[in-house]
Design a protein around this ligand. Sequence first.
Ligand code: NAP
Ligand code: MG
Length: 477
Amino acid sequence: MQLNYIANRACPSGSGQTIAVVDPSDGQIFDHIQRSNAQDIDAAVRAAHAALDSTWRKFSAAERGRLMMRLSLKIGERTEELREIEQRDCGKPVRQARADALALARYFEFYAGACDKLHGDTIPYLDGYSVLTWREPHGVTGHIIPWNYPMQIFGRSVGGALAAGNTCVVKPAEDACLSLLRVAELATEVGFPPGVINIVTGYGHEVGDALARHPGIDHISFTGSPGVGTLIQQAAALRHCPVTLELGGKSPQVVFADADLDAAVPAILNAIVQNAGQTCSAGARLLVEQAIYEPLLARLGAEFAKLRVGPAAMDLDLGPLIRRSQQQRVAGFLADARAAGLMVVGEGKVVDTAPEGGFYQAPLLLRDVPVGHRLAQEEVFGPVLCALPFADEAQAVALANATDFGLVAGVWTRDGARQFRLAKRIRSGQVFINNYGAGGGVELPFGGVKSSGYGREKGFEALHGFTTLKTVAIRHG
Ligand code: NAP
Ligand code: MG
């Protein structure tokens, strides 16, 4: 049985209710988390405020950094333990679960080093004045985290907020709480004062909503779907609470005829297969210059056919999806594709030994998906890649921009001038040229435009979002 983690203590919810924790690889219940309520959120917010006033504000930036570095090292020591927890809780193949734990350690390392490098400015002004700016923490930040990359998103969001001097209340997705509850314990072990990191589990519409509405929350970092992002904004608007929104995507991978296809093919595949397609920045739309459309699809189709899906512990190309309802959601998209007569170019295979109860989905490549079809517009959040040809550069840009989202784009071309033109004209938060995702480095600011959200996390830039700027003007004559 898992408990909430408030003020460095594991504590049950006052609700007396729990939620079953399911292993996506076999569909079996193996643990329970607390189904918390608004009173639990209130207790966590109070603990976070008490920590802010009694200890955290009094730490120097360098002391905060040292503590965060100790947590980074501890997570590094416990990589395999966290990997195992995540593998079971989220169905992530071994290498993905390990990569997530290592990324979490790296986020805390990066933000540990950033603590004492964040500072304001002095501004030249009228004679007789001195003007300076201070970067101050918001206070208590709320973090609502999705299930697809719990450790990575905790790292980038909570890591940045702590480095900027905030204390945190975290609401993980109910499908992905276990690794974060363990990380909170590790934070206590390395010396984090009580109340700096608090974790409350439960349903989004219950505790997530209570967190977004709580008057003691001074900033909300939300990562999740556009629909819930709207609800968070509405709740926050009532008390003018600042929000960072990291929402979804339907990101294009644009391939020109002059591209290095030997480099592009594995990257295109990985961009949709990683984490079984449950990635906000998944490269879900493949736009290909007409001249190489057929040969590239033939090549990718053969690669899709080699992909294998199975239990997390088998560490195949893909693990299961997170839960039954996600599997049904993907199946709904595929039923629509069949009804529209869309053609499958290549399909992977679920291994015969995969347990019956697991939430498996074979990866698929579909061709000639019309730009207006929901498969070309909506986030599937599964391993489905939709291909469409383009005639020229202008059409490539138009198609790349032809969704409500704007999170990531990948462009493959050897033409240097075209690389810059595309980077300028595609509307998205990130553009990757001759790669996709650049390995996801923690240094790289990340976030969207349009319905993909606003604000940036990751990199040094995130610290600006986790602080508020105070201007101090002194008239000294
Ligand atoms: P989701 O349904 O929006 O949930 C995200 C989080 O919000 C979960 O913790 C959820 O809790 C909580 N929540 C749900 N309803 C809520 C409400 N009414 N008030 C407050 N909180 C609420 O998204 P998801 O299905 O977990 O995650 C997939 C989505 O996240 C995709 O759209 C994906 O693109 C996006 N995402 C974006 C990024 C990015 O950086 N841009 C990164 C990763 C994922 P429960 O699940 O416990 O109910
Ligand atoms: Mg689970």
